[in-house]
Design a protein around this ligand. Structure first.
Ligand code: SF4
Ligand code: SF4
Length: 448
């Protein structure tokens, strides 16, 4: 029986407006092909894939265009049938340039994906499933883009007892996971079969926030009797969907500082990633598209779209009817999504949404905010789900005291949820300080 009144949650956190009503009821629609698709060879954490095509070559949709370069890497597949125009650098989200395959789709081709080597869940071994997930190019679709097959192999000496399927989707505006749970229910259960076999975990839990009760009910109603799955509904609270928080809420296990879910016997896989495993592996296909939410007040045709990887943000915004005076665009939602400075960057496997605002909307939401000095109100401390001290970290960041930030105040544990910035009455951009500080820490330690 599904219990919607459970109080499985974590301490602290915040309640920003959810802003999901405008797209949560809209079924997933297919997005048209852009005249040019840009497929970066590095869309995941780890080593870039290694290109196996050349300029001028014809490719068919779903064909492998780059192979994994080592274990910490995944394959890339052509998002459309067409011609490889060039292999060259293209801008990425952080302003960095990434080697990419530029494909011009054939407008009149069928765009059917040709069959590959299917992975049968009944007969495949755990290692074969892990290899098939790597070959399918599957990474965390929730935004982290961590290669999924790497997660499935726990470090030596660790065992996994519980598989958590993360359908929390706590980020405002985003409704892709919600729609995937409603529309790809069978794929999700199929994906769970693969994941349970690959990890050896004895049980799985699908975690959902209470604002998606229709999805929770559908999953509960259609859950196969032979699958060890339970559906757990958490109260709506940000950042409930963060891996550490969802494990704490459901299993009451705390991942140690600098540790991994495997340290507490758990593995957490995003629900859309699970659905893609369940959909692609039986067909032997790879990821060439993903579901994203295009929303925010600056968008006319808001919705959930199955969009080819490599579509530029500019094309996506034009097709979705973005207002001409769009001033701020986030890849993902406004809490954790990075703000985009160049609209010609491509949508990658880790892009869960595009959220767009005009300047007037930003001014209205922020009230033309100025940054004032810290008044030591401790609201940021009460908001931080990890019990960090954002106020102190903010002061140290301004003074560039990186050693103290890391050694005394655990900067590297911060997962940049932005809850502290959200509640700060002085409008101090704490999370931006922490992002920059972490970059500096990595740069300094690489230089050493
Ligand atoms: S951004 Fe970091 S410091 Fe701020 S609330 Fe989130 S985890 Fe805590
Ligand atoms: S919320 Fe802002 S003003 Fe209050 S203690 Fe934290 S940093 Fe200072």
């Amino acid at each position: 029986m599904l219990n919607l009144a459970r109080k499985d949650s974590f301490a602290n956190g915040i309640h920003p407006p959810e802003m999901k009503d405008e797209t949560s009821h809209l079924a997933i629609r297919r997005f048209p092909f852009a005249p040019l698709l840009i497929v970066p060879l590095s869309q995941h954490l780890g080593k870039p894939a290694s290109s196996v095509v050349r300029a001028g070559q014809e490719v068919s949709r779903g064909q492998v265009i780059a192979e994994a370069d080592g274990f910490m890497s995944v394959a890339m597949h052509a998002p459309a049938s067409g011609i490889v125009k060039k292999i060259a650098l293209a801008p990425g989200i952080g302003g960095n340039m990434i080697e990419s395959v530029y494909i011009e789709p054939h407008p009149a081709s069928s765009q059917e994906v040709e069959g590959g080597e299917a992975c049968d869940v009944e007969s495949a071994t755990a290692d074969e499933i892990i290899a098939a997930i790597q070959s399918a190019g599957i990474v965390g679709l929730g935004g982290a883009a961590f290669p999924t097959h790497v997660k499935l192999k726990p470090p030596e000496g660790k065992t996994l007892d519980t598989l958590i399927i993360n359908g929390v989707e706590c980020e405002p505006y985003l409704t892709t996971d919600h729609r995937v749970m409603l529309e790809q229910t069978a794929d999700i259960f199929n994906g769970i079969r693969y994941l349970l076999k690959a990890t050896g975990a004895g049980e799985s839990i699908i975690a959902i926030e209470a604002n998606k009760s229709d999805a929770a009910k559908k999953l509960q109603d259609e859950c196969p009797a032979d699958l060890p799955v339970s559906i757990r509904v958490c109260p709506v609270k940000y950042p409930q969907g963060a891996e550490k928080m969802v494990i704490q809420s459901l299993l009451h296990r705390e991942i140690p500082s600098g540790g991994l879910p495997a340290d507490v016997g758990a593995i957490c896989v995003n629900v859309a990633t699970t659905a893609e495993i369940g959909r692609l592996l039986p067909r032997g296909h790879g990821i060439q598209e993903r579901v994203i939410t295009i929303g925010g007040p600056g968008i006319k045709r808001k919705g959930n779209y199955r969009i080819p990887i490599g579509t530029t943000v500019r094309f996506a915004l034009d097709e979705a009817g973005a207002a001409k005076d769009i001033a701020r665009v986030f890849l993902g939602g406004p809490m954790m999504g990075p703000s985009v400075s160049n609209l010609d960057i491509p949508i990658t496997k880790g892009t869960s949404g595009i959220t767009a605002f005009t300047q007037a909307q930003i001014d209205e939401a922020t009230g033309h905010k100025h940054i004032y000095p810290c008044i030591h109100c401790a609201r940021c401390v009460e908001a931080c789900p990890l019990f960090l001290n954002p106020s102190q970290l903010g002061i140290l960041a301004k003074n560039e005291e990186y050693d103290r930030m890391v050694g005394e105040f655990h900067l590297m544990d911060c997962f940049e949820c932005g809850a502290c910035s959200y509640v700060c009455p002085s409008h101090i951009p704490l999370v931006q300080y922490f992002r920059l500080s972490k970059k500096m820490v990595r740069k300094l330690s690489a230089a050493k």
